[in-house]
Design a protein around this ligand. Sequence first.
Ligand SMILES: C[S@@+](CC[C@H](N)C(=O)[O-])C[C@H]1O[C@@H](n2cnc3c(N)ncnc32)[C@H](O)[C@@H]1O
Length: 274
Amino acid sequence: MSEIHPENYSHLRNLMCECIAVHLPDDKAYLAEARLHSLAREYTQGDINALIEKACSDTGDELRCQLVEAMAINETYFFRDPIFNESFIDHMLPNLMKRRRSDKTLRIWSAACSTGQEPYSIALLLEEHFPELKDWDVQIIASDFSRQSLSKAQSGRYGLTEMNRGLPALLMAKHFEQIDLEWQVKPVIREKVEFQRINLIHDWPEALPQFDIVLLRNVLLYFSMADRMKVLHKVRSQCRDDGYLLLGAAENLEIASGFTPVQAGKCGRFYQPG
Ligand SMILES: C[S@@+](CC[C@H](N)C(=O)[O-])C[C@H]1O[C@@H](n2cnc3c(N)ncnc32)[C@H](O)[C@@H]1O
């Protein structure tokens, strides 16, 4: 495997920043070498430096996209953050349902959904704990910039290692079917999630509804402060006044983001407009 030249790593970092606002640390060139290995084999006979140079050339549009997708951190798993799940079930959703009982609508957005475990976990929580939502108009939208992640998310197919990360055995048996060496979310749950390709730092589709809940977990931490603020202000305008924003366990909101923290059970990481 070829070693990446510092100037090419620097091009790659700029590319990530320009395309998806993600800042790669300056000491992670080895990560690029590992992640770009198979693209380099496909396009430049294993030469990673030639791959980056090709992608940065005028005609490298599609390759640039593939490079950025290959470099994006898409780590995720089912039912990430158990305290969140508990507070979601015991506090947030019951409160929201009380407030929405006349129009019976619920709009949820998983705004950096990676390979789908997050939105499917939400769909499973609703299915398992809120049977009364059956006659509500519930929409779960899940988006990511990455075509590769979205394609896997849409298929709802996972290998054993992914299934073993966070998914209780009972839910696996009830809501998944085995296909060869993989498991697929059953259609009745899959159909509850609508996938869209949205880059958080580009324009968002005009047809996006106003949301009751926005999950923006484990993505803003890779953005600069200025880009975080930009995205948060857009999320604020996409969120109903009494809706909720959820961040990842390691993320906190800066002041002036348009949201303030609210306590919901043991979890203090829910935010509401204000
Ligand atoms: C670490 S994963 C988090 C997945 C999930 N939210 C979770 O917490 O388990 C981060 C995701 O953000 C996506 N992402 C990064 N930059 C993005 C951008 N500018 N627009 C949309 N998605 C982005 C990546 O493709 C990746 O799927």
